[in-house]
Design a protein around this ligand. Structure first.
Ligand code: 2NL
Length: 357
């Protein structure tokens, strides 16, 4: 009996898993198992011996049964422990970073300056990038012999010699947008016209397409004083400095009289530009009082109305504000500045086109 018990307890000890355990159970306690077989021999015994053997067999049977249950529970515990160990998840881990784009510095600057001028009552005007030469030049008092009207300075649209339509160009400034605005709305008017402009120029500091914002304010008695305040207010807000100093230099544009180029006080320390203080001046825009001929061209009576206009390159002030060192940085052949401004998609290791190199 002891040998029988020891044999099955040992078998249980060695059983590694549900199937092995079931095998032991069947061979010990099953209908065709060893204990059942021994039980069936009881009938041929003497009553005394049968009673003793029966009791012992039942004890052994109960012991094997409870050992079996204990082993089953131990196996289940071990399986659960193993699951808990292998399926452990650190829910405090940071998420996987996803590639994100950023707004282009030029777009951002356009939004910034639009908001600043909006606060001063200027609406945004838009117009076509392909313009007739009348809107782009004649209406702005730019004479036919002006160098800007030559083939090598302006992109002229291809045109058959018998085409009845007037010559068209890629606009060289956004002034025609403001001519259109004056013709549509009349005076008084306050608008800015941000957008793309085109000139046949390409070197380290010029691109054939660049961005400009022009501003126009026409009313009964708008003066150069209003121009000065507006530009100072804009520069203070745009460059985010407590005060700025502007210098107006006499200049000439066909569409303004008088005309002034405007410089802003600044300093260059260790290659770092600082706006608002210092001993240097930086040219940032051109401006003036709108020429009476230009008002008349746009259907605004110059004996009743007057005002100022200005024009400013956006790419350059974007570079100044955001420390972009080189115009070439704006083109996708040079991604250093995109990376500089955290355009993280560039750091994806397996993008095509060598973006990660
Ligand atoms: C510059 C100079 C300027 C204007 C643009 C303008 C527009 C109208 C009438 C009169 Cl509709 N003038 N625009 C005036 C003065 C200067 O731009 O250096 N731009 C980058």
């Amino acid at each position: 009996m002891d040998a029988l018990k020891a044999k099955y307890l040992a078998a249980l000890g060695n059983a590694q898993g549900e199937a092995a355990l079931e095998e032991v159970r069947l061979s010990a306690l099953g209908k065709k198992g060893e204990i059942s077989a021994l039980m069936s021999t009881l009938g041929k015994m003497e009553p005394e011996a049968r009673k003793a053997a029966g009791a012992m067999l039942n004890v052994v049977k109960d012991e094997i049964d409870s050992a079996l249950r204990a082993k089953k529970a131990a196996l289940a515990d071990a399986a659960l422990d193993e699951r808990l160990r292998s399926e452990w998840l650190d829910v405090t881990l940071p998420g996987r970073p996803r590639p994100r784009g950023t707004i282009h510095p030029v777009s951002q600057v356009m939004e910034e300056l639009t908001a600043i001028f909006a606060d001063m009552g200027f609406a945004v005007a838009e117009g076509p990038q392909v313009e007739s030469d009348w809107y782009n030049f004649d209406a702005l008092n730019i004479p036919p012999e002006h160098p800007a009207r030559q083939e090598h300075d302006t992109f002229f649209m291809a045109r058959a010699s018998d085409d009845p339509r007037p010559p068209h160009v890629l606009r060289t400034h956004t002034s025609p947008v403001q001519i259109r605005a004056m013709m549509e709305q009349g005076a008084p008017i306050r608008v800015i016209a941000p957008g793309r402009v085109y000139r046949m120029d390409m070197d380290q500091t010029h691109a054939p397409m660049f961005h400009q914002v022009e501003g126009l304010a026409i009313d009964r008695d708008i003066s150069m004083a209003n121009l000065k305040w507006t530009l100072e207010e804009f520069c203070r807000a745009f460059f985010e400095v407590p005060s700025v100093e502007l210098r107006f230099r006499a200049s000439h544009f066909p569409f303004t009289e008088p005309s002034a180029e405007v410089d802003i006080r600044c300093s260059w320390k260790d290659g770092q530009l600082k706006i608002g203080e210092g001993d240097s001046w930086l040219e940032i825009l051109g401006s003036g009082m709108v020429h009476p001929k230009v008002l008349a061209s746009a259907g605004v009576d110059p004996t009743q109305w007057q005002g100022f206009a200005f024009g400013m390159g956006i790419d350059r002030i974007a570079m100044l504000k955001y420390g972009i060192p080189d115009l070439r940085a704006f083109f996708d052949s040079d991604l250093r500045w995109l990376r500089h401004y955290g355009f993280s998609a560039l750091d994806m290791p397996n993008l095509p086109g060598g973006l990660s190199s």
